[in-house]
Design a protein around this ligand. Sequence first.
Ligand SMILES: Nc1ncnc2c1ncn2[C@@H]1O[C@H](COP(=O)(O)OP(=O)(O)OP(=O)(O)O)[C@@H](O)[C@H]1O
Ligand SMILES: [Mg+2]
Length: 250
Amino acid sequence: MIKLIDLHKSFGDKTITKGLDLTVEDGEFLAIIGRSGEGKSVLLKQMIGLIQPDSGSVIIDEQDITKLRGKERQTIFHKCGYVFQFAALLDSLNVLENVGITLLEDSTEIENVKPLVVEKLKNVGLAEDVLDKFPDELSGGMKKRVGLARTLMLSPKILIYDEPTTGLDPITVRLIHELIKKTHDEQKLTSIVISHDVEIFKYASHVAMLHEGKIVYKGPAKTIWECDNPYIYQFIRGLPEGPIKQIGFV
Ligand SMILES: Nc1ncnc2c1ncn2[C@@H]1O[C@H](COP(=O)(O)OP(=O)(O)OP(=O)(O)O)[C@@H](O)[C@H]1O
Ligand SMILES: [Mg+2]
């Protein structure tokens, strides 16, 4: 369903994606791991057309989305929902407006989309009483839920999450993972989750690792702790020794 072929992307003289190949089948729940600054967010953004690769193809449902322009490109968001790394809620809008905005045309009253907003909030475990709250008044976990509800408004078949659990306590992390899994199963989605949290392996079907601009490993999540791929072995245990060098970060 999603096929990335020989993707390349540089910003100035800094090459982030270096000939990356990755295939994600229908119904997969793929966890993507990799060090901070490796280009995971840049990879996801290339998948949904928010960043245009310098070369290579992004095939979604047999269509190369790198070739789409203007309005055509926006249709990607109906197939492929993106849950941003930091919820990305608009501070001056309340929850109803933040979630409803996805479907608002100039002429549409917010009240018209309210029933659907309430339904999507319910899907993510939030009650109607959050509708008139502003982002400042929500906890981190609630913000992530609202961000997910907003993405669900377009009923995408593919859901892409950028670090959905960063900055949350372990209990909330588990609740968010369960929510992602429930959404994946109930809506029969293909889900792609970037995460630094090894707990994600309990929920994912597959794990892929990004290193130096390429996918260096992809395999089943269930047996990831027995995997002897040297990158995976070092990374998931946080070991100092191995093929992943520690230069550049502290
Ligand atoms: N629009 C941009 N313009 C220039 N450089 C960028 C842009 N977006 C990302 N970068 C650079 O690309 C590199 C990879 O960034 P990216 O955000 O994808 O990392 P990441 O793997 O998601 O890290 P983290 O785990 O911390 O979120 C970084 O060096 C970043 O500064
Ligand atoms: Mg990132």
